[in-house]
Design a protein around this ligand. Structure first.
Ligand SMILES: *Cc1c(COP(=O)(O)O)cnc(C)c1O
Length: 447
């Protein structure tokens, strides 16, 4: 072969493997890819701001690990009772230092976010106490925890009563109504940061801080618990920085960084966290027991990666909001609004739109990409629900995933993406799926 032939061969191979050609092979037409490029260019400032927040949170987590002198021994797990598990105990110190709280409980035995919240409530409320949600209706699964919908083992069965103060029309706290709702029986006030499956705006940490200070000023004896699910590391501060007694979340969302295979956390005051520990295991045993098995390293490493993983998910969320916003689909929040969590709601308005979008997300997954999501009658919902997820960790919503109830306004709740590269691809794949179904104006034939 001549020198010239060799060079031509190299050019050909390089061209065949260009990003654009690779994407085309993966099912993204050039026009769609180019549109994605344009959107990314337009979002550079927003992306830089997310990176800046991730940088700060990276230092916060790193500082907490260094302060607690984490070493290789911390990655050894325990079995059986789990006595003297330094990895587990010091991880709790790391969480407490990251969230700037006196204490934290971070356990494999906390099975999910709902369990962590249920534990925080049940451990700190007693018969005759009243709890008040001041951010309106709480997340669906908490309805049975509290007993809003009658349920076996609910707080209501144990004589804990419940009241609710709705957010105002504009999504802000109704301070007057909160003041009126407090009674001598009120023991705990609950606040949910993320919108969950509602289309209200998510609350900012500043707003939450204001509400905590308002309640504490009126009644220093009242405990404030914040459901922080999907909110961790989105901002430079957390609800715990403003005096919330308990800040609660799931490790298969933001703080697990995609590596934690299960678990939940409660960061808060010594008193509240101690109550949670004895309730989780048993009075007298408390936090002394609870084998970590082999997960300590995943918990540490996941927390270490969490700030950057959260930033990737945020980039995916605004990328989707920008893309679908351009074609008239309502996005909550829109591409320019401040982010308070990683959830992106997109209203498709039609059954077909929602289904095509979810099919695209599923087709882009690293796991189970060959299956097609089908709407089904999920327990607890009054209509069919469609879910798209192809995750390494079952149900982990820090990984690219989408779901939505098949009713007006046919909104998909989309979240996650361990890397922005994957989130971007998944969104373009979903967009292409919608193009092919004739749902995107001007893109009926994207190829
Ligand atoms: C996910 C979530 C929960 C419950 O977490 P699970 O791990 O699904 O039980 C509670 N509250 C909010 C706001 C959530 O997003």
């Amino acid at each position: 072969m001549t020198q010239q032939e060799i060079r031509a061969g190299i050019r050909k191979v390089t061209e065949e493997n260009s990003l654009e050609n690779t994407c085309r092979r993966m099912g993204i037409p050039k026009r769609v890819w180019d549109l994605g490029e344009e959107i990314c260019r337009g979002l550079q400032d927003r992306f830089a701001a997310f990176d800046q927040t991730a940088q700060l949170n990276q230092l916060k987590v790193l500082g907490a690990m260094q302060k607690n002198r984490i070493s290789a021994e911390h990655f050894n797990g325990s079995t059986g009772y789990g006595y003297n598990d330094a990895g587990r105990d010091d991880l709790e110190r790391v969480y407490a230092d990251t969230f700037h709280t006196e204490d934290a409980l971070v356990r494999t035995q906390i099975t999910c976010g709902t369990h962590a919240l249920s534990l925080a409530l049940a451990a700190n409320l007693r018969p005759g106490d009243e709890m008040i949600s001041i951010s309106g209706k709480p997340y669906d699964t908490l309805e049975e925890v509290i007993g809003i919908r009658p349920s076996r083992g609910s707080l209501a069965e144990y004589g804990v009563s419940y009241r609710q103060v709705d957010l105002k029309e504009d999504g802000s706290f109704d301070f007057e109504a909160i003041r009126d709702a407090l009674s001598p029986a009120t023991r705990l006030v609950a606040i949910q940061r993320s919108k969950g499956y509602l289309t209200r705006p998510s609350l900012s940490v500043e707003q939450i801080g204001e509400a905590v200070l308002f309640v504490k000023d009126l009644r220093p004896d009242i405990l404030v618990m914040v459901d922080n699910c999907y909110g961790e590391f989105v901002d430079c501060v957390e609800p715990s920085d403003f005096g919330a007694d308990m800040t609660v979340g799931s490790l298969i969302k933001n703080p697990g960084g995609g590596l934690a295979p299960m678990g939940g956390y409660i960061a808060g005051t010594k008193e509240c966290v101690e109550n949670c520990a004895v309730r989780l295991t048993s009075p007298g045993l408390g936090r002394e027991v609870g084998a970590s098995l082999g997960v300590n390293r995943s918990f540490y490493q996941g927390l270490f990666l969490a700030p950057v993983v959260t930033a990737s998910a945020l980039k995916g969320a605004v990328f989707a909001a920008d893309l679908f916003g351009r074609f008239g689909y309502k996005c909550i929040p829109d591409a320019q609004e401040k982010r308070n969590d990683i959830i992106q709601a997109i209203e498709f308005g039609t059954r077909d739109g929602l289904i095509r979008f979810c099919e695209g997300i599923q087709a882009a997954a690293p796991v189970d990409s060959y299956v097609s999501p089908e709407p089904w009658a999920m327990p607890g919902y009054d209509c069919d629900v469609i879910m798209a997820a192809g995750a390494f960790i079952q149900g982990a919503s820090i990984e690219l995933s989408a779901d939505g109830p098949l009713r007006e306004p046919y909104a998909a709740y989309f979240q996650g993406g361990l890397t922005f590269g994957h989130a971007r691809f998944g969104i373009l794949k979903a967009f292409t799926q919608m193009c092919r179904a004739g749902l995107i104006e001007g893109f009926a034939d994207p190829d």
